[in-house]
Design a binder for this molecule. Structure first.
Ligand code: PRP
Ligand code: URA
Length: 205
């Protein structure tokens, strides 16, 4: 499975600030936006384009435009913090939602909400900042595939090797884009060094 780690000094800078426990929710949200913007650009590098004839003020030109509709699917709740950059960059993007929550004891994720636009013929980008055990991502991927998605990528901010391996096993074709690949999971299935609970830090809960 192709794993793409965003190598950019600004990405490293942003991840450091997200990791810092003293970063307040208002700053955490701003940095999540900025980092997700960088990731969105990277994750859409392979979007197909077609030629279109346009008139510049001086002459006729055949020039390239995006050809495949884009659907961004945040995994609630923390994935919401990564959606706005896609809306800002891709004005025609559609948004689907998948609600997933990990059980606090078992760390197993279960799905509690799903609302998706038509996915056939689109590029689906699943966004969730934390890829820990991979349970949430793997289930969400199965859901979008069952709904007709054939071209899917995943964007996260911090991934654990365990989560990457688990998702790879079930979805070997998936491209994962992350800003950081961390060391391991702790006994409670939190990522180390990680940044804590992304949703709690994003929304001050
Ligand atoms: C977090 C995170 C991912 C999931 C990752 O969500 O946003 O969705 O955990 O863990 P996994 O790879 O082990 O499944 P959480 O369940 O805490 O819900 P929240 O976004 O509502 O806070
Ligand atoms: N979810 C989070 O928000 N953080 C982790 O470290 C693991 C799962």
């Amino acid at each position: 499975m192709p794993l793409h780690i965003l190598e950019h000094p600004l990405a490293a800078h942003f991840v450091t600030h997200l990791r810092n426990k003293n970063t307040k929710p208002v700053t955490f949200r701003t940095i999540s936006y900025q980092l997700s913007l960088l990731l969105a650009v990277e994750a859409t590098r392979s979007l197909p384009t077609v030629e279109k004839e346009i008139e510049t003020p001086l002459e006729t030109l055949r020039s390239r435009v995006l050809s495949r509709p884009l659907v961004v699917v945040p995994i609630l709740r923390a994935g919401l913090g990564m959606v706005q950059p896609f809306l800002d960059l891709f004005p025609d993007v559609s948004v689907g939602y998948i609600g997933m929550e990990r059980d606090h004891q078992t760390a197993r994720a279960h799905s509690y909400y799903c609302k998706l636009p038509p996915l056939a013929g689109t590029r689906v980008i699943l966004v969730d900042p934390m890829l820990a055990t991979g349970g949430s991502a793997a289930q969400a991927l199965s859901i979008v595939k069952a709904d007709g998605a054939t071209d899917v990528a995943m964007v996260c901010i911090v991934a654990a090797p365990e989560g990457v391996a688990a998702v790879e096993k079930l979805h070997p074709e998936l491209h994962i884009h992350t800003a950081a690949l961390d060391r391991e999971l702790n006994d409670h299935k939190y990522i180390l060094p990680g940044l804590g609970d992304f949703g709690d830090r994003l929304y001050g809960t």
